[in-house]
Design a protein around this ligand. Structure first.
Ligand code: ATR
Length: 286
C-alpha cells in the first residue's frame, strides 16, 4: 500500500455513504486489488445527501473508475446513471457505479451477492417459502433475487403495509412466484418447516425487536439477516431455539466481489472472493 500511495498513475474506487466509518469495504476491496496486483486503491468517503450528486460528478471528472454506494444514497445513485443494468432497473436502486468515458453505468449486486451467500449455506436447495421482513431498498434486492431464483412462495411483512403492497405489485410480473403481504404481527404464524426468513430491516440494532419474537422455531427453518457485526434480538432468539442464523457478512463480500468484476471487466471467477471473506471474518472476529 505504501508503494502504491507514492505513485502518480493510480486509479481510484470509492465507497460513498453516510456513515461509512465502520465499513469493511475498503479492507476487503484493497485486499483483492493487492492480490490482483492492480494499481488501484479503494477509499471510503462520508457524503451527505445534499453533496451526493456533486461528489459523483467530481469523481467522474477526476477519472475515478467507479464507486460502491451504500445507505442512504442507493436511490439517488439509481437516478444519476446514464445507463443501468436490467437488475438495477428491477430493484430501483444502485450499489455500484462504473465510470467510463464520462458516462455513469449503474448496477445492483446486492441481491445476487446475498443469494450467493445463502447458497454457501444451503447448497443448491431452493426453499419452498421465504418470509421477508421489511420493504425498503434492501428488501427489494432480496425479493428480486428470490423471484429470479424461483422461490415458489414469498411473504413480505412490513410495519407499513402499503409499502409492502407496492413492492409486491412491482414484482408480480415474475409469475412463477406467489408473492403476498401480511402484517408484521403475524410473523410467528408465517413460519413453517424449512422456510427461509430474511430480516432486511436495520431495526433491532438498538436492542429493540421490530417484530414479535417466536417461541418456537420450525425444523430446518433458516434466518438470514442482512446486518453483520452485531447480534439482533431475533438472531439471538432463533439461535436460542436451535435454529440456523446467517448474518450479512457473506452478502457484503459477494456484492463486493461482483462490483470488482464489473469495474475490472473480469469474470467473477477471477475475483478472490475467498480471500475477501477471510479478511472480513478476521476483522469481525477480532
Ligand atoms: P433499506 O434500504 O436499508 O432497506 P429503508 O428503505 O429505509 O432502508 O427501509 C427500512 C425498512 O426497515 C423498512 O421496511 C422499514 O419499515 P417501514 O416501511 O414501515 O418504515 C423498516 N423499519 C425501520 N425501522 C423499523 C422499526 N423500528 N420497526 C419495524 N420496521 C422498521
Amino acid at each position: 500500500m505504501e508503494d502504491l500511495l507514492s505513485r502518480a498513475d493510480l486509479r481510484t474506487l470509492w465507497l460513498l455513504g453516510h456513515p461509512v466509518r465502520h465499513s469493511l469495504s475498503p479492507l476487503i476491496q484493497n485486499a483483492a486489488l493487492r492480490h490482483l496486483n492492480q494499481a488501484i486503491i479503494y477509499q471510503a468517503a462520508d457524503v451527505s445527501v445534499e453533496a451526493f450528486e456533486t461528489a459523483v460528478h467530481g469523481l467522474v471528472a477526476l477519472g475515478a473508475l467507479g464507486a460502491n454506494v451504500t445507505v442512504p444514497h442507493k436511490e439517488a445513485a439509481f437516478r444519476i446513471c446514464h445507463q443501468r443494468t436490467p437488475r438495477a432497473e428491477a430493484i430501483g436502486a444502485c450499489n455500484v457505479l462504473h465510470f467510463s468515458q464520462g458516462r455513469i453505468l449503474g448496477d445492483n449486486t446486492d441481491g445476487s451477492g446475498w443469494w450467493r451467500g445463502l447458497t454457501d449455506l444451503l447448497g443448491r436447495t431452493v426453499p419452498e417459502k421465504a418470509v421477508v421482513v421489511g420493504a425498503g431498498g434492501a428488501a427489494r434486492a432480496v425479493v428480486y433475487a428470490l423471484a429470479r431464483n424461483e422461490v415458489p412462495e414469498i411473504v413480505v411483512l412490513n410495519r407499513t403495509v402499503e409499502r409492502a403492497e407496492a413492492l409486491v405489485r412491482e414484482f408480480l410480473p415474475y409469475a412463477l412466484t406467489r408473492c403476498y403481504v401480511r402484517p408484521l404481527e403475524s410473523f410467528p404464524a408465517q413460519l413453517s418447516s424449512d422456510c427461509l426468513v430474511v430480516q432486511t430491516t436495520s431495526a433491532g440494532l438498538d436492542g429493540d425487536s421490530p417484530l414479535p419474537l417466536p417461541n418456537h422455531w420450525p425444523p430446518g427453518a433458516v434466518l438470514s439477516e442482512l446486518i453483520y457485526g452485531k447480534e439482533t434480538p431475533l438472531g439471538r432468539a432463533v439461535k436460542g431455539l436451535g435454529g440456523t442464523v446467517q448474518d450479512g457478512l457473506a452478502m457484503l463480500v459477494y456484492q463486493a466481489a461482483e462490483s470488482l468484476a464489473l469495474w475490472l471487466g473480469r469474470p467473477l471467477e477471477e475475483i478472490p472472493a475467498e480471500l475477501m471473506m477471510e479478511v472480513a471474518r478476521q476483522k469481525t472476529s477480532a
